[in-house]
Write a protein that binds this ligand. Structure first.
Ligand code: AHR
Length: 541
C-alpha cells in the first residue's frame, strides 16, 4: 500500500512538475532607438458627480471631523499627490451635459437632483472654486467638460470668462468676490460628453455643427495661456469600434482637415470600458480564473480600437496634430450587492491592477497619437484609485500601478521586442507577458513587465543595449495570493508592491516574475521607497 502511494505521488509530481516550471521569455531593448514621448496626461483621472466620487470621496466640508483643508479630505490629497495626477476631468461624464456652473458658485448653492446617477440630491457645495482648490492641492491641472447638451454656448462662454478673465469684467469681479482674484488655469476643455448617447443622442453632423460653435465662442482669457500653455479643446469622439463610431470619427476628422481659423480642436475623445457585455455583470470580487482571463481578453481590445480610429485620424491629420484622448477607460463590473446601482460601486482587485498595466502599455505604444487618457473614475466609482467610507480610506491595486508607473510620465518610449508566449484558460488565449520600456528625463531606463499567467512564474532575460552598463536593476513588483485579492479597510496591504532587485550580467538583465504580477524596474537606479501608502494611511489614522 505504502509503495503504491509513493508511486502515485511520484507520478502526480512528474505530471505537475512541467506545468509549474517557470517559463522563459527573452526581451531585447535597445535604448538608443527611441520613440514618442509618453505624455504624462496618459495618467489622467476622472472625477464625476456620481455616487461618492465627489461627496465623501473628495469633499467632506470644512466642518467635518474628517481632517480636511477647506472641505477637501487631507488623506485623499496626500495619496493623490504620490501618483502625480497630471489632470482631472470634471464635472462629468453624463453629469456634465446637465451641469449649470452657476449652481455651484457663491454663498448660496442651488440644490438639484442628479437624474443620471441614482436620482439623489446634488447640493452643488462642490463647484468651480472647490474643484480648482482640489486641483491645486494635489498639484494637478483642470480638464473641464462644458455642457454642450442641455446648456448653451453663451453659458459655457460665461463659465470660461468667469474662470479665466484677468481684466475687470463683471464675471472677473464676481470670481474675485467669491474668493479668487487670480484667473484659473483651464488646461483642457471638453466640448461635450458622449453626445451620441447621454450627451443628447446627436448625429455626428449635428454634433459637429454645435461643437464648432462652442469651439469658436468658449474662450480662455487667462493671460498665461495665450502665448503658451494654450487650452486644449477636446471634441467628442467614438465609444466603440462599430460603424456608427467609425462614421463619427470620419465626420469630425474630415471637418477638421478643412477647418478654418474660426474653430479648432486639439483632441478627439474616445471612451472604452472593459465590460465584456452590457449591462455590466462580471463580479468585481469573488471570481475565478475564467472571469480573470475573459476580462483581460476584453481589455486587450483597446489596442485594436485605438488602431482603428488612429487610422481614420491619420487620413485627415497625418501630422498627428489632433490627439486621441481616451478620457474614459477601465473595468466596469456589476454593482456591489447592497449598493445603490446608480453609484457604480465596485471592488478593485489584483485583476484590475493587471488590467490597468495592460492599458497603460497600450497607450504608451500609441503615444504618438494617444496623448491623454483618464481612468474612470478616481474615487469610489468604477475602477477607482481610492475607496473611502466616512473617515476610512484604502488604496486600491490600481492605485499602486499608477504609482509604479510615475517614472513613465513624460518619459521617451523605447521599443521592446519579445516573443510573449501564451497563457490559455478555457477557450481564452492571452499573451503570457507584456512589456514596455522608456527613458525618463534623466536618461534612466525603466522597464515594466506584466505576467498575465496566474499560475506560472516567468524567467525574464532582457538584453540591454544603448545604455550605460549597470550591474543591477531595482524596483517594485505587485502581486497577491489570488486574482481577486483586494485591499480592504481592515486588510489594506494585501495587494501592495514589494521591492525587488535583479542582476545584470554581460549586458543581460535576469528577472523572475511572479504569476499574475506587474513589475517595474529601473536599470542601475536606487530602489523606489519601500513603505507602502496603505501602511502610511493607517499610521495617520
Ligand atoms: O463613467 C460613468 C459614465 O460612463 C460617464 O458618465 C459616461 O460618460 C459614461 O457612459
Amino acid at each position: 500500500m505504502r509503495a503504491t502511494l509513493v508511486v502515485v505521488t511520484l507520478i502526480v509530481i512528474a505530471i505537475a512538475a512541467p506545468t509549474m516550471a517557470a517559463q522563459k521569455v527573452e526581451l531585447s531593448i535597445d535604448a538608443s532607438k527611441t520613440g514618442a514621448k509618453i505624455d504624462r496626461n496618459l495618467f489622467g483621472q476622472f472625477a464625476e458627480h456620481l455616487g461618492h466620487g465627489i461627496y465623501n470621496g473628495i469633499w467632506v466640508g470644512s466642518d467635518s471631523t474628517i481632517p480636511n483643508t477647506r472641505g477637501i479630505r487631507n488623506d485623499v490629497v496626500a495619496a493623490l499627490k504620490m501618483i502625480h495626477v497630471p489632470n482631472v476631468r470634471w464635472p462629468g461624464g453624463c453629469f456634465a451635459d446637465e451641469y449649470h456652473w452657476r449652481d455651484g458658485i457663491g454663498p448660496q448653492r442651488v440644490v438639484r437632483l442628479n437624474p443620471n446617477w441614482g436620482g439623489v440630491i446634488e447640493p452643488n457645495t462642490f463647484g468651480t472654486h472647490e474643484f480648482m482648490d482640489f486641483i491645486d492641492q494635489i498639484g494637478s491641472e483642470a480638464y473641464v467638460s462644458v455642457n454642450l447638451g442641455s446648456g448653451s454656448p453663451h453659458e459655457a462662454a460665461d463659465w470660461l470668462e468667469y474662470m479665466t478673465a484677468a481684466q475687470a469684467t463683471t464675471l472677473e469681479k464676481e470670481r474675485a468676490a467669491n474668493g479668487h482674484p487670480a484667473p484659473y488655469k483651464v488646461a483642457w476643455l471638453g466640448l461635450g460628453n458622449e453626445s451620441w448617447d447621454c450627451g443628447g443622442n446627436m448625429t455626428p453632423e449635428y454634433y459637429l455643427d454645435r461643437m464648432k460653435i462652442f469651439s469658436r465662442f468658449v474662450r480662455n482669457y487667462n493671460p498665461a495661456q495665450i502665448e503658451k500653455d494654450q487650452m486644449l479643446k477636446i471634441a467628442v469622439g467614438p465609444g466603440g469600434g462599430e460603424q456608427r463610431w467609425t462614421d463619427w470619427t470620419e465626420t469630425v476628422m474630415k471637418a477638421y482637415q478643412q477647418h478654418t481659423w474660426s474653430w479648432d480642436i486639439n483632441g478627439l475623445s474616445m471612451h472604452n470600458y472593459t465590460v465584456v457585455k452590457w449591462p455590466p455583470s462580471y463580479k468585481s470580487v469573488g471570481f475565478g480564473e475564467s472571469e480573470y482571463s475573459q476580462i483581460l481578453q476584453s481589455t486587450l481590445e483597446m489596442d485594436g480600437l485605438i488602431s482603428k480610429h488612429s487610422a481614420i485620424m491619420d487620413k485627415y491629420d497625418p501630422d498627428k496634430k489632433v490627439a486621441l484622448v481616451v478620457d474614459e477607460w477601465g473595468g466596469w463590473y456589476a454593482p456591489l450587492p447592497g449598493s445603490n446601482p446608480g453609484f457604480l460601486v465596485q471592488q478593485n482587485s489584483l485583476r484590475d491592477a493587471i488590467l490597468a498595466a495592460l492599458n497603460l502599455n497600450i497607450f504608451a505604444r500609441h503615444a504618438d497619437r494617444v496623448r491623454g487618457a483618464n481612468i474612470a473614475q478616481m474615487i469610489n466609482v468604477l475602477q477607482a484609485m481610492i475607496i473611502t467610507d466616512k473617515e476610512k480610506m484604502v488604496l486600491t491595486p490600481t492605485y499602486y500601478v499608477f504609482k509604479m508607473y510615475v517614472p513613465f510620465q513624460d518619459a521617451t518610449f523605447v521599443p521592446v521586442t519579445f516573443d510573449a508566449g501564451s497563457y490559455a484558460h478555457d477557450n481564452v488565449t492571452l499573451p503570457r507577458v507584456d512589456a514596455i520600456a522608456a527613458k525618463d528625463t534623466t536618461g534612466k531606463l525603466w522597464l515594466s513587465i506584466t505576467n498575465l499567467d496566474p499560475n506560472q512564474s516567468v524567467e525574464i532575460e532582457a538584453s540591454l543595449e544603448g545604455i550605460i552598463a549597470a550591474k543591477s536593476a531595482s524596483g517594485m513588483a505587485l502581486t497577491a495570493p489570488k486574482v481577486d485579492s483586494v485591499n480592504t479597510f481592515d486588510a489594506p496591504n494585501t495587494v501592495v508592491p514589494k521591492p525587488i532587485t535583479a542582476k545584470i550580467d554581460g549586458g543581460k538583465l535576469s528577472l523572475k516574475l511572479e504569476p499574475k504580477s506587474v513589475t517595474v524596474v529601473s536599470v542601475g537606479a536606487s530602489p523606489v521607497p519601500l513603505r507602502t501608502d496603505n501602511a502610511a494611511a493607517k499610521t495617520q489614522r
